[in-house]
Design a protein around this ligand. Structure first.
Ligand SMILES: Cc1ncc(C[n+]2csc(CCOP(=O)(O)OP(=O)(O)O)c2C)c(N)n1
Ligand code: SF4
Length: 538
């Protein structure tokens, strides 16, 4: 073994490489982005591993599933809301089953450091009825990837590994293998009707998934990761990274408590029962929603026992946990100097950002139309909601700008504008534009082509420049109302005049605002050149 200083994301990535993956699939999203980036960097010269960004999370999941069906191990990684996008293949792949090990790594973002919500992916894993692994440290993140792939192949199910921001983005020394073991041979194909979800097959496969649930539970009960220590009458259940918070908060006092550490799901029922039988009081400490606590309480609570955690108000239900919050829950003084308030530093569009010039012209073009609705999407341009522009009136989910604008146009509103970036457009804006073009909806789309996925750190975009334009045309947008502008202050008058004309047009217009993000040195290559670009970089 050797030691490396790794982020939680990197530990997962290295674990996956050492477990013998044939491919990694992902769409950028904080705090999961570094998983894929590490694999892409590390395997750039290894023809046995393919690592290309995907157009969105559903695409990434399906590409990984295809690789698994073909018999190879695959990792697919995404942020928590990405799993909403990938929910359809995710849930159904539990019914078809997998072939080569398929591990889905989802990074949740409690506290919403850079997300639209703080949903807890354990509910989706539970819903799909698959095993889940929740590492509590960078070392576990590395070690448990081997287990995740083995388990996936043994049960022929996808396995979810759940991370949270604090683990994904903190570094620690990790003991890792000196070199990767030989990649496993591709697995032979199972009966092909497993994969064809017509009702007759799907009913059989669904029954099978229900029938193997006891095997999942048995695995969780026996897993070394789930550890029960019986001592005093105060019992603690702590999962994932929250276990470390409990250790830090209680120090030596932990010795007087009984504790169950959970890192593998389904929740190990018999271990929980032993703890509950032994203790009068149980405190549940978990990052995210009160997933374990609500199961423990059921509908009617545990008679004669006190169960406390987020539901009871002992710990907050919103935001991220911390050792200090856990200390407070156990009645200990907060001693961590880091808990001192750090003044907030709100994000803003960079000075010189192309989005600034587009917003400035949009605002001027609609100055006499106070009822204008400006739908938007997710990317750097979302910051246009802040002064001085306040030109972003909605940000709901990726791809929602064009579709919501179409809905408002169908409601008879005018003017209806929307802004969407190049990456969000190819993620899920394109499908909405087909409908808007077919309906010739009375709205103006501003496609902000800055040649990169800026908000998540400047990853490769699927299409930009003329390629993007070709896509827009291919979706049915007519040349008469398709324009390219350069968002620069010196073109402000000209751009504003064009915007006014197109907004007045009763039908669909698309204006592509094309200028690279100033944080990238030159326009990024598109996915077509990705492998070559990656190889050249090493
Ligand atoms: C479902 C989902 N996946 C990923 C993300 C992370 N994310 C936020 S914005 C963004 C893309 C931004 O790129 P683009 O639309 O081109 O705008 P830019 O930031 O370059 O202005 C991504 C991937 C997210 N918020 N939601
Ligand atoms: S990173 Fe690029 S796109 Fe984002 S605000 Fe800065 S200049 Fe604009």
């Amino acid at each position: 073994m050797k030691t490396e200083l790794l982020l939680g994301d990197e530990a997962v990535a290295l674990g996956a490489i050492h477990a013998g993956i044939g491919g990694a699939f992902s769409y950028p999203g904080t705090p999961a982005t570094e998983i894929f980036e590490f694999i892409q960097r590390t395997t750039a010269n290894d023809p046995g591993v393919s690592a290309l960004w995907s157009a969105n999370e559903k695409v990434a999941y399906e590409e990984a599933l295809g690789m698994s069906y073909a018999g190879k191990r695959a990792i697919v990684s995404m942020k928590h809301v990405g799993l909403n996008v990938a929910a359809d293949p995710f849930v159904n792949s539990a019914i078809t089953g997998v072939n080569g090990g398929l591990v889905l790594v989802v990074a949740d973002d409690p506290g919403m450091h850079s997300s639209q919500n703080e949903q807890d992916s354990r509910y989706l894993g539970d819903f799909a009825k698959i095993p889940m692994i929740e590492p509590g440290s960078q070392q576990e993140a590395y070690d448990l990837m081997f287990e995740a792939f083995d388990l996936s192949e043994r049960l022929q199910l996808p396995v979810m590994v759940r991370l949270v921001t604090r683990l994904s983005h903190s570094r620690s020394v990790v003991h890792v293998a000196v070199e990767a073991p030989a990649r496993p041979e591709p697995k032979p194909r199972p009966p092909k009707e497993h994969w064809v979800l017509v009702p007759a097959n799907a009913r059989r496969r669904w029954r099978h998934l229900l029938d193997i649930q006891p095997d999942l539970l048995d695995y969780a009960e026996r897993s070394k990761v789930n550890r029960l220590v019986l001592a005093g009458k105060r019992g603690i259940i702590a999962s994932g990274i929250a276990y470390n918070y409990v250790r830090e908060a209680l120090g030596d006092d932990l010795d007087g408590c009984s504790i169950l550490k959970i890192g593998v799901y389904p929740i190990p029922t018999s271990l929980v029962r032993q703890l509950v039988d032994h203790c009068d009081e149980i405190i549940v400490v978990e990052e995210g929603y009160p997933f374990i606590e609500s199961r423990l309480n059921g509908l009617l609570g545990l008679p004669g026992k006190s169960v406390r955690g987020k539901l009871s108000g002992l710990l907050p239900q919103t935001g991220e946990l911390s050792p200090d919050l856990v200390k407070a829950a156990f009645g200990k003084p907060c001693t961590n100097p880091q808990a001192q308030e750090i003044p907030g530093r709100p994000p803003m569009l960079c000075v010189g950002c192309p989005h600034r010039d587009t917003f400035a012209a949009m605002l001027e073009a609609t100055r006499d139309e106070p009822d204008t609705i400006m739908f938007s999407d997710i990317g750097c341009y979302t910051l246009g909601c802040l002064p001085p522009y306040e030109a972003v009136h909605s940000c709901v989910d990726m791809g929602a700008s064009i579709t919501m604008a179409h809905g408002a146009a169908q409601a008879g509103k005018h003017p209806v504008l929307c802004t969407i970036g190049d990456s969000t457009f190819t993620h899920s804006g394109m499908t909405g534009l087909i409908g808007a073009a077919r309906a010739n909806a009375n709205m103006t789309v501003f496609l902000l082509d800055n040649s990169t996925v800026a908000m998540t750190g400047g990853q490769l975009t699927m299409a930009h420049g003329d390629e993007l334009l070709d896509i827009v045309r291919g979706l049915g947008v007519k040349d008469e109302h398709l324009h390219v502008i350069e968002p620069l202050a010196k073109f402000h008058e000209k751009n504003t005049a064009l915007f006014k004309r197109e907004i007045a047009h009763r039908g669909l217009s698309v204006i592509v605002a094309r200028r690279p993000c100033i944080q990238i040195k030159k326009p990024k290559k598109t996915r077509k050149d990705e492998k070559a670009a990656t190889c050249a970089a090493t």
